[in-house]
Write a protein that binds this ligand. Sequence first.
Ligand code: NAP
Length: 436
Amino acid sequence: MIEYRNLKVALLGGGVVGANVADLLLKHADELAGRAGAGIELIGVAVRNPGAERVPAIPAELLTTDALALIHGADIVVELMGGLEPARTYILEALHSGADVVTANKALLATHGPELFDAAERVGAQLYYEAAVAGAIPIIRPLRESLAGDRVTRILGIVNGTTNYILDRMDRQGEDLAPVLADAQRLGYAEADPTADVEGYDAAQKAAILASLAFHSTVPLDAVHREGITGVTLEQVTAARAAGYVVKLLAICERVETADGSAISARVHPALVPLAHPLAAVHGANNAVFIQAEAAGDLMFYGAGAGGPQTASSVLGDLVSAARRHVVGGPGVAESTHANLPMLPIASVVTRYQITLTVLDRPGVLATIATEFSERGVSVEQVSQSVSTGGDAPTASLVVVTHAAPEAALAACVSALAGSDVVASVDSVLRVIEAQ
Ligand code: NAP
């Protein structure tokens, strides 16, 4: 019989994720001890309302409302309360008291990450956060450790399950956004207030975390350009499929080489993904992160982006890592911001547009439109025109796909087209992702 040293674990939060972490910790204590090389003892779970029903149930004697007392008796603190405060204060308190911390709190990391990582480094503690991005999918450790010897050039992530569920149903079942969103709320895929998901805030927090890690730099949340999916129409999704694309909300993090050196672009927006791209096959509420690295080439990480047991899996992985570090000692893996690359403004990002226009159907229109692009230095890759409506003032639908050009030039083309005499309306503007 192996005698293990016992490590005390405090859980802050016993909700969707916390209750599953507590359950798995209690059920698999022996197995986890064998893997960690130390006993992992759950000493308590801090909640707001100890009388509330929990699934799975947490033994009543473990529940407390005194989070601080729990923190001060722990070797490892697991924060699963969510929100900025009091989570930030509790994590700082835990680090200052010498505990390692595991958290799933992307909002907190994207907002106060540097402060928390600094506090951890000053006291020689570790902050683990595998569950903060893409739930069950191992992505933080691969970026932080497995790819530490490579140079990541680009990350394309489907990191919000709610929006992927909505866009996937629009694409595969031909439904409008509003009823699908209402259904997603009924099924528990979307919150009663869906703003964080559908407006891209949640994905932007994850983009900030991924870009910081991938490019060894501090990426402030407000430097992440963000557009949500509320403007995406069924017509756009249907036309996209007919043209060989699917519309996805992407978190895009890129290392860009400019005349002044390397820079980072981090942005969240709907994009046309070619059907042949591996991200096009990510259905339902699943997540996926597609990474391009100089030496490794293309990598894709896929799986459940949320859910109690799924997210608990990532939390427990971090917990075992934290326990191993307690056993072995040493400083652990420090947060790396050595590259300190500047952020590239969205106007300078190079991308491709697909623009759908209703134009007057008469001679010379195509030449006029081509001039609007060429005058702004944008070259056109493809133009397709639908059949004319006929009548006294016939119109036709024109779909223009550009070559890659700076966002500012593309946006200038769109506003020039909107004001052009030959354009009746600009019906859709979507960015296009390269096949690979
Ligand atoms: P949740 O179901 O709302 O649970 C939050 C828990 O924290 C509850 O048990 C609540 O107590 C407790 N709590 C909140 N404020 C507290 C306070 N001031 N003092 C003491 N306890 C407090 O949240 P969740 O879905 O488990 O999410 C937890 C974290 O995981 C969040 O950061 C979230 O972003 C992240 N995450 C969640 C998922 C997911 O699928 N749910 C996936 C990835 C990451 P009561 O139960 O008494 O109200």
